[in-house]
Design a protein around this ligand. Structure first.
Ligand code: NAD
Length: 294
């Protein structure tokens, strides 16, 4: 994987300043990871409290590293300064690379991407952290689709090495190469994959969630399934993983996967994910999902 990633070095543009749109679970993690690895980043959201939560989370992660002796307090202050919170597009003309990490909804993403494209320079690379939505669908409203590709991180961003870099039909070599280089600068392991709903990892993961949901619908206790999958050797079971991902995000992603691969997801029916979503149980982000969190 590392050799494949290095092959893109020549076509990469420098990323001196990055930006992330959306300061939620993923946006906050991306800002932290970029800052701690030395690339300053603007953190933009439409809600002040989301930005504050993102900054608090980054401060907590940095504090943990100081406690473990992996970072000095001065390095922690430097990393925190490298995250520049904003509610506006004021400084976006200077940005080399934008990662969009707003809600998993194609219409919202298309609108946000078109908006930010109007604020950045002609060479700025735009990438989306979508979990499942086709890159070509999201590129449809852009003036410069050649500057656009996918950059799919996994949760929690600071712990998960893999980043899927997704090549859309119109993505240029420079867009792919710059995104690969930025992922490596963040200490990640990028893989370049072609565009389709769910890309690589979620094409594997969502049929697994479907299998889980069918067992729950058949009356099997979700906690029992989690314990069994942990004993099988996975770090966590599907119910806990769905709570970590966010039930709303999983719900939206599942709809995209069901539309993209109806033959694989057809027996899924109305799953436990939909029931929790409708009940407003969004997982760890609001303290209640399959499990309750305090
Ligand atoms: P989240 O709900 O935690 O955060 C989304 C954030 O986007 C919120 O803070 C919201 O205020 C903000 N937002 C909404 N509209 C905006 C706009 N116009 N401009 C700026 N900010 C805006 O969601 P998340 O879990 O961080 O997911 C974000 C994206 O990352 C989704 O596309 C999701 O599929 C993808 N993703 C999620 C995971 C996961 O495990 N949660 C993993 C990989 C990828």
């Amino acid at each position: 994987l590392k050799r494949q990633a290095r092959a893109y070095d020549k076509a990469a543009r420098p990323v001196k300043l990055a930006a992330v749109l959306g300061a939620g679970i993923m946006g906050g993690g991306i800002a932290y990871q970029s800052a701690v690895k030395g690339t300053p980043i603007l953190l933009k959201d439409i809600r002040e409290e989301a930005i504050q939560l993102g900054l608090d989370e980054a401060a907590k992660l940095l504090g943990n590293r100081v406690e473990k002796g992996r970072l000095t307090p001065a390095q922690m202050a430097e990393a925190l300064n490298a995250i520049r919170p904003t509610l506006s597009y004021g400084d976006f003309a200077q940005v080399d690379m934008v990662v969009e990490a707003v809600v998993e909804n194609p219409r919202v993403k298309q609108a946000v991407l078109a908006e930010v494209e109007g604020q950045v320079g002609a060479d700025t690379i735009l990438a989306t952290n979508t979990s499942t939505i086709s890159i070509d669908l999201l590129a449809a409203g852009l003036q410069r689709p050649e500057n656009f590709c996918g950059m799919h991180f996994f949760n929690p961003v600071h712990m998960m090495p893999l980043v899927e870099v997704i090549r859309g039909a119109k993505s240029s070599e420079a867009a792919i190469a710059t995104t690969v280089a930025y992922a490596r600068a963040m200490g990640k392991t990028p893989i370049v994959v072609n565009d389709c709903p769910g890309f690589l990892v979620n094409r594997v993961l969502f049929p697994y969630f479907g299998g889980f949901a069918r067992l729950v619908a058949a009356g099997v206790d979700f906690q029992r399934i989690d314990r069994v999958m942990e004993a099988f050797g996975w770090p966590m079971g599907p119910a806990y993983l769905l709570d970590v991902v966010g039930i709303d995000t999983a719900h939206h992603a599942r709809e995209v996967m069901a539309a993209g691969f109806p033959e694989r997801m057809k027996d899924d029916g109305r799953s436990a994910i939909d029931a929790l979503y409708e009940a407003g149980r969004l997982g760890q982000k609001n303290g209640k999902g399959f499990y309750a969190y305090h």
